[in-house]
Design a protein around this ligand. Structure first.
Ligand code: C2O
Ligand code: CU
Length: 547
């Protein structure tokens, strides 16, 4: 196995990804940042120089399990102190599995400022499908308001919601209708003829099979992705081979990655639309549009048809059906343990705590400590976080998930779950009504440090006596991010076999900021000597000398 070395400079830049000019954060001048390409088993070294003169930084390698290197997970407050302005931090980790992964900032709401990109790990062994070309598309949504204003709004009294995104980006390109601005701002702020916001165009040749790696790093939106006139065969999900199935539109949630195979078998004399549309929220954001360009047509030539209509935003049924269709490929199935040692039910609710709107899990809204858990636990620094763990469930019989509940007993805490090492843990994500009538949102939950088996999805309230009997223990897919659908539940299983401290949270940037997350510790006593580079904040300062 080899070593892949990257040198990154992270700094502020002005960009107009959707024609509207704003301050963004780039990596080596780019957003999305450079793609990391490696071979299974390689060591990836990324030297990150924080050139943001007024802002901390941390970069998370989303989907990489960090076996043996929990300190390089890049999660501020959990695995490391933030990288200070001017400092360089060196991440070094092994990409032990092939597949499609992501990276992004994991400090405050910084990911939304443009700090994200893809990791592609080539396999050592043959894959269960073949293709002629390998391409990538990262989907995102985009706000014109800065991430600082957004977080200030979310913490303000009274609470101010960040609202729907202004546009959808396809591989960093979107199009905002500048004439919608209340009064046209100074020339140059929104300019629809700026080449920076010309649409994303994927050139293809006729009669081939393309593997397209589709990933979502949206701040808020669940998406439906489609290539006009072309079916997609889903073959990979979060780095695991899927029992192939065909879709017209791919539902994709923030933090997920898929590979789809697309045959270029349509009329080659024209171009086709690539579309991305908001689902699960009553959409006000216009569709993201790109061009699927058959060579030798001009890559910017608009297709002669109108973009295909998206599925109804509130069609939960079809999203539920697609989730159920994702199963492990028969030759690559890793069987889950048939029983679990511990079941943790996580009820997802909205609450008001001290007049501010929060998200909570079992009535506890999460916040990060100043000293990273990994350092506090490993070095026995006490008093840095609440030692009372959050509850393993909620009052099942008496909680009505279908109505607005005031949950006046909600609290805020930075307490964590301590898992017994090498045990099997089941998580039941239970969705519920928000603080608005007849409303339940979709939440993509992402687990650091592990892949988990997706045992099942259900509608309504999870039934602990009945539902586990229908778990898929035969060919469940393994993933690192999974949606819990409106008014439904999702069941997962994982092994607590990776010594470290790992976040598990909703991948919606504002939801995590509002408390929608938990943290698991497992096998802390087996964690090796911590590098001093992750220390330097809070009470971890005192341990710098130890290394
Ligand atoms: Cu992709 Cu904790 O996040
Ligand atoms: Cu959420």
């Amino acid at each position: 196995a080899g070593v892949r070395h990257y040198k990154w400079e992270v700094k502020y830049d002005y960009r107009s990804p959707d024609c509207y000019k704003k301050l963004v954060i780039t990596i080596n001048g780019k957003t999305p940042g450079p793609t990391i390409q490696a071979q299974e088993g390689d060591t990836v070294v990324v030297e990150v120089n924080n050139k943001l003169l007024t802002e901390n930084l941390a970069i998370h390698w989303h989907g990489i399990r960090q076996i043996g290197t929990p300190w390089f997970d890049g999660t501020e407050g959990v695995s490391q102190c933030p990288i200070l302005p001017g400092d360089t931090f060196v991440y070094r980790f092994v990409v032990d599995r092939p597949g499609t992964y992501l990276y992004h900032a994991h400090y405050g709401m910084q990911r939304e400022a443009g700090v994200y990109g893809m990791i592609r790990v080539a396999p050592n062994d043959p894959e269960p499908f073949s293709y002629d070309f390998d391409r990538s598309i990262i989907l995102n949504d985009w706000y014109h308001r800065s991430t600082y204003e957004q977080s200030a709004r979310l913490s303000a009294i009274p609470f101010q919601w960040v609202g729907e995104p202004d546009s959808l980006l396809i591989h960093g390109k979107g199009r905002y209708n500048c004439s919608l601005l209340p009064s046209l701002p100074a020339a140059g702020v929104c300019n629809s003829s700026n080449p920076e916001c010309s649409p994303f165009s994927q050139t293809v040749v006729s009669g081939k099979t393309y593997r397209i790696r589709v990933a979502s790093l949206t701040a808020l939106s669940a998406l439906s992705f489609q290539i006009e006139g072309h079916n997609m065969t889903v073959v990979e999900a979060d780095g695991h081979y899927v029992d192939p199935f065909v879709v017209k539109n791919l539902y994709i949630y923030s933090g997920e990655t898929y590979s789809v195979l697309v045959k270029t078998d349509q009329d080659p004399s024209r171009n086709y639309w690539i579309t991305s549309n908001v689902v699960s929220r009553n959409r006000t954001t216009p569709p993201g549009l790109g061009i699927f360009n058959y060579y030798p047509n001009h890559p910017m030539r608009s297709p002669p048809t109108s973009p295909p209509p998206p599925p109804a935003w509130d069609n939960v049924e079809s999203r539920h059906t697609q989730s159920l269709a994702i199963k492990a490929h028969q030759n690559y199935t890793i069987k889950p343990p048939t029983t679990s040692d511990r079941v943790i039910v996580l009820l997802n609710t909205q609450n008001t705590i001290d007049n501010v709107r929060h998200w909570s899990v079992n009535n506890v809204s999460f916040f990060l400590p100043h000293t990273p858990y990994l350092v506090a636990l490993k070095e026995n620094i006490t008093g840095e976080f609440n030692q009372t763990p959050p509850p393993d469930g909620y009052d099942f019989n008496n909680y009505d998930i279908f109505s607005v509940a005031n949950n006046t007993n909600a609290t805020s805490s930075n307490g964590i779950y301590r898992l017994k090492f090498n045990t099997t843990v089941d998580i039941i994500l239970q969705n519920a009504n928000t603080m608005n009538k007849n409303n339940s949102e979709t939440h993509p939950w992402h687990l650091h440090g592990h892949d988990f088996w997706v045992l099942g999805y259900g509608k309504g309230k999870f039934d602990a006596n009945k539902d586990p009997k229908n778990y898929n223990l035969v060919n469940p897919i393994m993933k690192n991010t999974v949606p819990v659908h409106s008014f439904g539940w999702t069941a997962l299983r994982f092994r607590s076999d990776n010594p470290g401290v790992w976040a598990f949270h909703c991948h919606i940037e504002s939801h995590f900021y509002m408390g929608m997350g938990v943290v698991f510790e497992e096998g802390i006593e087996r964690v090796g000597k911590l590098p001093s580079s992750i220390m330097g904040c809070g009470k971890s300062k005192g341990f710098l000398g130890h290394n």
